[in-house]
Design a protein. Sequence first.
Length: 209
Amino acid sequence: MKYPLTPAEERLKEKIAKQKAAKKAAPNVLLNNKYQQRVYNNDFLKYWKVVRYWIKHKYGITQYDLDMLFFLYSEGYFTIAQMKEYNAIFPWDKQRFKRLVENGWIYLFRRHTRSQVALYHMSQKGHSMIKDIYNKLNGQAINEAVSKNKMFREDASYTEKVHRHYIKKLNASIRQERRHVRVSRLKLRRRESLYDQRHGQSEQHPPQQ
């Protein structure tokens, strides 16, 4: 025969149930008036749309042409056939190769002859743009000066203003991360200095037996 629980036993049962639920809770569940935060190491694509819009605005390039240059960036020397093979996954655009050449993104390295095929290579302009993108995704701030970034001019469009708002947020997060790194390095140097001082004192004054 089961007897009914006393009020004290009911409170204890409820407390245990809450503790079990807290252990199984998701990372962002409110616990003890604080959010438990999970650290994500690979979140450099968080602001990719913002960086992509900025790079397209700066260099005047389309999304699909940009995707093609991402592929060609590490290809070195390539043939038209190699480019067409990758181009098969893109929407049909028979002018893409011609446009990339005319706009200075790729150039002819070796002409076609009877014994060898023509070779092409990404230009310095193309390499600079792709490097610019990777630098921004890896923590380099986007310039907010009007002379360097036309998105920050007074007569910017609504879309430009919305994206530049997030450029400011991106730059703020980069500055905050750099401050955290500087503080961490400063604390590490202080700990190393204290350790060296204590270690040096222990060597100069060994314990007496």
